[in-house]
Design a protein around this ligand. Sequence first.
Ligand SMILES: [Zn+2]
Length: 467
Amino acid sequence: MVMKMPSIFVKNARFLVTIDQTRRIIRDGSIAIDDGKIIDIGKTDKLQNNYGSSEIIIDAARHVIMPGLINTHCHTNHHLARGLADNVLFPTWIHERVYPFESTMNEHDVYLAAMACCIESIKTGSTCFIDPGGYNMEHAVKAVDESGMRAVLSRSAVDIHSNARAIPGKMREDTDNAANSSEQFVREYNGAAGGRVHAWFAPRTERMASTELLQRIKELAVKYETGITIHASSTQDSVLRHKEIFNGERPIERFNRAGLLGQNLLVGEANWLTDEEVSLIQKYDVKVFHIPTGSFHGAYGALQSKHLDMIKKGIAVGLGHDSAAESNFLDMFRVMYSVIARRDVNLDPTLAPPEQVLEMATINGARTALWENEIGSLEPGKRADLIIIDTMRPEWLPLHNPISNLVHSASGDSVSTVIIDGKVVMRDRIINTVDEQKMLMQIDEAGLSISERSGVSRYAIPRWPIS
Ligand SMILES: [Zn+2]
């Protein structure tokens, strides 16, 4: 049974940043919520009379209210490998660190890893993330459900094992198994957690999915009216290797031939695309996730990519952090800041204005999640996913321009209260849904244990001696 959510009135915000159609910013703003949805937004003195007796009243004086941030790429399965795969080339990263770690995880580890992502997301102001595929994902669904988070979750589909030496056993499926297991996950979990979980399909990378598998997944995604996410063209090497396997075709060209391109496809990191591939993405309204901080960590080339050009062409480009083994934090404020590195490499300080960056992390993230009708902005009728940010902090003052401060100055630590789907998930930095300290103890223990069991722990030491 779905319980009716309490009515909530958040009032007196110094600025309420709506990111609605007109990008309205309301000084002394308030927002009224009922049964999980936003029902009204406006000046506090206009709304006070109607909503002043709501069940929950939150005084947001000296705070900024904005839509919850949307992290369009978060590998829950990799999360507990934080710090185990730094300063290495990608083949080492994936084959010697991440695959052994991931394939050692048991079901409870998957739950704790996903819970760790949920807790870190909530504490830093993300209200939704997209997981691009893992295994035993029903346990990630459980973590998302319990934490109050919103997420797109998917089960990895892999049927090409060109580097069999390094591909763990459970990833060595044939086309039928990969498609059928993916379908089963979507059938069981799409719409789970009271609608907060959307289940998608996730062929893992361009080189790990056959054309037949891509075609079958496309048919299934259409059948279930859901999305598909896949890694493609993250590195120059990944494009070259793809061309070697597929008769010289580039990834997006093959996706086109397979019929995979469409409005329900989310592709990234997409750092190395030709103009022709960008045109195909635009033509088919394909969505794109951009991962600057993961690229900084692994040196993939995101600062040389065409993501800003894609935005100019109207393509939906969202931001993501990747995994904690790759961009070792989930704080989307730090990810937003990283986008402005474009200014430096191009010697152009007018690039990536903060309004554009904030759109990538909110409304455009919602477009990439195929969820823009319900989240990504604060507007009556949408689900109530919002964050309340404390501005009485040194990095926030003086507060001339809230959009500038959000992108250039803030960190996720300034998020004080988080509401997801009309539920107060965190209030004054205390998470209401789960016992954070107890979970963190278990998360730490699980990470160290998987590291030992997988043998990856030998990489867990600094180069300096520990006495
Ligand atoms: Zn990824």
